[in-house]
Structures are given as structure tokens and as C-alpha cells.
Design a protein around this ligand. Structure first.
Ligand SMILES: *Cc1c(COP(=O)(O)O)cnc(C)c1O
Length: 524
């Protein structure tokens, strides 16, 4: 196997590969090419620019140290390079993407069309308010429907992702505690089945994180939670449905207990797609909850687009909603900013979460999704998401080991007991699944079970698509049980790259190309 100058394996085929090696290293129409810097032909250019006039440098200490070092390439070389890179992507537009907790579902193209309307796509956040009345009205309408779907009285659209929403919610909780003169409440209860961003958010804000164990049914152990309550508890951060794909049955009792102890209830609502249109979070006693527009309301995410994590607030936290938010009066729509304190001071404590008002393109897509589905459509989408996950669960539970009994919500959780004694791991199964043409499921998360495989098919997959995925997983599980360890350890075989050292890639990423002749410059 040849390596590139960065020590990366540059040819996909290995000695044990069943696929023949080719002279070029290409595999059919999958082209193997050098890094763009290695394709450099000094002096080559795709454009014809006039010579730079000689002018004295006035940059002082920041004057250039040498050549910038861009590779010389023709236009077709550049076009091909980036087109080929784009073809190495796996996306929801190419196939099933069963990444549990991430809700990789189809984004209807109608939403894209709406987001590209010039009145939404071409506006600038610094435009005079009188020229963006439609965009503000759209934000107001989205805020209205998010409040309606959750039953909550206040919302901020600003947060740029789910984790950012958690931060907004927990900052509002802290502001409310300070307002009550109880800033000494610094402990946050976080169930073990919570998403990892929950304890991270609490810790980032200076709270101490107190874990609550999961019961044998994968849900919060109510008695263990009650035993942790005390006068220093700020609140609880609970994910519902939780990351085991289960609805927290005791959620009302949990809300009553935390309120009884003087704390607030933050709910991670990233999995709202499982219950939207069916359950109003306000009825569950929640004080703050983020909604991932890029999950529940299908706006693209991952490599495909930015996230957006609006947060809804209860009556108790509504006075602490961050700015800006849209108001409507006789003069039309406008944003309430930090300095314009209105509604009895609403918005001053937490302030702004980010520059401007949030992810406009996501607001358009989400509202388009909500309005085109309607109440009955959202109700059905949640039901179909749960149905699809239960179909996968039911078809696979005899082959894989389901972690918890009974039906699941929008995702189903398996652990690695079915691999016991085979020498094959969860990671091996995931790698072999890539050869079968599927993006792997979420692995080794949640941490409450060993070697987790968390599958979220979403409602936008057909039965035929799910059947193929199930067939692939079943055959891999059987192969593992037959003891074909070498097959798994060699996977993936059909990808542009074989199995990489993922730990080294995460811990010591090589993010910069180093020209062989100028090591000192590149190391800076
Ligand atoms: C996705 C997710 C988050 C984080 O959302 P981001 O937009 O990725 O920051 C938090 N909690 C749960 C349960 C999630 O699924």
C-alpha cells in the first residue's frame, strides 16, 4: 500500500482484498487521485491575471514571509478535484442514514425552494426593518407554531444548534435563580441516558454535574433522582424521549419532584420528532426545551447545512428569554434588541446568544415543513418515525440483542451481547455495513449499554429500504456468529480508504499539508 506525503495510505486495495488492484489505483469510476497540493504544477493557472504592479509594502511586521504556496492548477483540474471529493460523500440524498439521535431524514425540496426565494435568501441582517417585514413576519409565524406545538408561552429562535439552545436554556435558569436570590444553587442533575451535550453544557456554565443512574428499564430511576434533591440543586437536564429511544414514563413525577425542591426542569427536546403533534411538552411540566429544527423539522444538517436550536420557555422562565425576539405592533414587525428593554425587562438578563437573530434559512425551511405538513401531517410524521423504528426493532431482535424490552420510540437500541465470543465488535459491524452501502448507525452511544448500536431510521424511509438494511445487518450478524473474524477485521474493503486509525485521526489530526522542502514554515 502506498502512502502520501502525510503518511496516509493512498491506495484503497490491500493484500487481502478480493477486488483486483488496478494500475491507476482507480476502482471503476471511483478515481484515486493525489492531494490537490501534490498536483501542483508551478506557474499553472486557471485564470489570466495582469502582472501585479510593483508597489511599496506598507504591512510592516505582518508582511508576507514568502510564497503563499497555493498549488498551480488548471480550471478542469480544480473542477474535477472538487467534484470527485463531493462524490466521496455519503448523504441522506444518496441512501439510508440510520444515525441514532441525529434524525437524518429527507428534507423536502419544497423547503429548499422557499428558502431560496429572493425575499428570504437575499436579505441582510443589517437591512432597515421596514425592508424586511416579510422575513420578520416569517420568524414571528415560526415562533407562534413552535409555541403552539409545545404549549409554551415564550421562545428564542437565536441559538445556532441544539447544544447552543441548551446553553440558552441553562443561562435562563441561572438568571431566574439569581433573580430569586438563589445563586447558590449550582448542582445540575443529569441522567446517564442524557445526550452528552447536556452535562457538557452544565459544566461549561460552571454548574456541577450530578449523574442519575438509569433503571433496568433504561429510564430514569425516580427514587435515585429524588434522593439527589437538595437546596443546592439548580435543576435537571433530561432528554425525552431519551437516548435509549424510550419515553420517560415518570416525567410528570420527575417535574413535580424537581419543582418541589425549588429547581427547574430543562428538557433536551432534540428528539421532539418522536412526539411532535402528539405531546405538548408544557403538559409534562418542562421549564425550558430546545428544539432542533435540523432534526424534527428536517432542515439539512451535518455536512449539509447549519443547525438551528430554538428554545421554548415556561411562564416561570419567560422573563429570562434571550434577545432578540420579534414583536408586532401598529408599526409592523420589529426585533427587540438588548438596549430596548420591553415587556417589563424581558431579555436583559441573558442578553444575546449570537450575532443577529439566528439561522434565517433554517427558519424558512422549518416553517415550510410545518405548514406543508399541517397538524395531521406532523402527527403522522411522528407516528411513522416510531413505527419505522419499531419495525426495525421487531425484525432484528432475534438476531441482534435489544437492550430493553418493549416498544421503542423513534430509534431502537441494541448492544453487543449478540457478538459475545465471536471476536467481532460493534465497530467491525459498522465497518462491514459500509461495504454494504449503508452509513453506520450510532455506535458506542448511549453509554448505559455495552457496545451500543443505536438505529434511527426516520419516517422518510420506505419499507423496501428498511428491508434491505435489515437484510444486510442480519447477514452480517450471522457471519459474525459463524466466526468469520477476518472478514470483519478487513472491512471496509470497497471504500476509497480502508480502516483508518480513528483515535490518531481524532487526537492528532493532520489538518495542514506540509511541503517537503519547507517544513519549518508549515509548522508555524
Ligand atoms: C443532536 C442532539 C443534541 C445536540 O444538537 P446539536 O444541534 O448537534 O448541537 C442534543 N441532544 C440530543 C438528544 C440530540 O439528539
Amino acid at each position: 500500500m502506498t502512502m502520501n506525503s502525510q503518511g496516509r495510505p493512498s491506495t484503497p486495495a490491500g493484500a487481502d482484498s478480493a477486488v483486483p488492484e488496478t494500475v491507476t489505483g482507480n476502482r471503476g469510476l471511483q478515481i484515486e487521485e493525489a492531494l490537490i497540493f501534490e498536483q501542483d504544477s508551478p506557474g499553472m493557472s486557471g485564470v489570466d491575471l495582469p502582472a501585479v504592479p510593483a508597489t511599496p509594502l506598507r504591512l510592516g511586521a505582518v508582511k508576507p514571509r514568502g510564497r503563499v504556496g497555493l498549488p498551480g492548477l488548471s480550471e478542469p483540474q480544480v473542477v474535477r478535484h472538487y467534484t470527485r471529493l463531493s462524490q466521496k460523500n455519503y448523504s441522506i440524498d444518496t441512501g439510508l442514514y440510520p444515525l441514532g439521535s441525529c434524525t437524518m431524514k429527507h428534507n423536502p425540496r419544497l423547503n429548499e425552494k422557499m428558502a431560496r426565494l429572493p425575499g428570504f435568501g437575499d436579505v441582510h441582517p443589517l437591512q432597515p426593518v421596514s425592508t424586511v417585514q416579510g422575513a420578520l413576519e416569517l420568524m414571528d409565524a415560526l415562533a407562534h407554531w413552535l409555541k403552539t406545538l409545545t404549549g409554551m408561552p415564550a421562545v428564542t429562535l437565536a441559538p445556532a444548534a441544539g447544544a447552543h439552545g441548551e446553553m440558552a436554556g441553562m443561562m435562563a435558569i441561572r438568571a431566574a435563580l439569581e433573580h430569586r436570590g438563589e445563586a447558590g444553587r449550582t448542582r445540575v442533575l443529569v441522567p446517564e441516558s442524557a445526550h452528552g451535550t447536556n452535562p457538557a453544557t452544565a459544566a461549561a456554565l460552571g454548574f456541577s454535574v450530578d449523574p442519575i443512574p438509569a433503571g433496568p428499564d433504561g429510564r430514569v430511576d425516580l427514587a435515585a433522582m429524588e434522593a439527589k434533591l437538595g437546596p443546592d440543586v439548580a435543576g435537571i437536564m433530561l432528554t425525552n424521549p431519551n437516548t435509549c429511544g424510550l419515553f420517560e414514563r415518570d416525567i410528570r413525577a420527575i417535574a413535580d419532584a424537581i419543582h418541589g425542591a425549588g429547581g427547574y426542569f430543562y428538557c433536551d427536546g432534540a428528539n421532539f420528532n418522536a412526539i411532535v403533534g402528539r405531546v405538548k411538552p408544557a403538559d409534562l411540566g418542562i421549564d425550558a426545551m430546545h428544539i432542533n429544527l435540523h432534526k424534527t423539522f428536517s432542515t439539512p444538517h451535518g455536512g449539509g447545512g447549519p443547525g438551528s436550536g430554538p428554545v421554548v420557555f415556561s411562564e416561570a422562565l419567560a422573563p429570562f428569554v434571550p434577545v432578540p425576539y420579534v414583536v408586532h405592533d401598529a408599526n409592523g414587525f420589529r426585533l427587540v434588541e438588548g438596549a430596548q428593554v420591553e415587556n417589563g425587562g424581558q431579555g436583559t438578563e441573558v442578553g444575546r446568544m449570537k450575532a443577529f437573530h439566528g439561522q434565517m434559512g433554517m427558519f424558512v425551511r422549518a416553517l415550510s415543513y410545518i405548514l406543508s405538513h399541517g397538524a395531521d401531517g406532523l402527527w403522522q410524521a411522528a407516528g411513522d418515525a416510531v413505527l419505522n423504528a419499531n419495525y426495525v426493532m421487531a425484525r432484528l431482535q432475534d438476531t441482534l440483542s435489544a437492550s430493553f424490552e418493549g416498544p421503542c420510540m423513534h430509534e431502537c437500541l441494541f448492544d453487543d451481547r449478540f457478538l459475545k465470543g465471536t471476536g467481532v465488535t460493534t465497530l467491525d459491524i459498522a465497518k462491514a455495513l459500509i461495504d454494504e452501502g449503508f452509513h453506520p448507525m450510532t455506535m458506542y452511544f448511549p453509554l448505559v449499554v455495552h457496545g451500543a448500536l443505536l438505529i434511527e431510521p426516520t419516517e422518510t424511509e420506505s419499507k423496501a429500504g428498511l428491508d434491505q438494511f435489515i437484510l444486510a445487518l442480519k447477514s452480517l450478524a450471522e457471519r459474525a456468529k459463524e466466526g468469520d473474524v477476518a472478514y470483519f477485521q478487513g472491512a471496509p474493503r470497497l471504500t476509497p480508504r480502508r480502516r483508518l486509525d480513528e483515535t490518531a485521526a481524532a487526537r492528532k489530526p493532520v489538518l495542514r499539508w506540509t511541503p517537503a522542502s519547507e517544513p519549518a514554515l508549515a509548522a508555524e
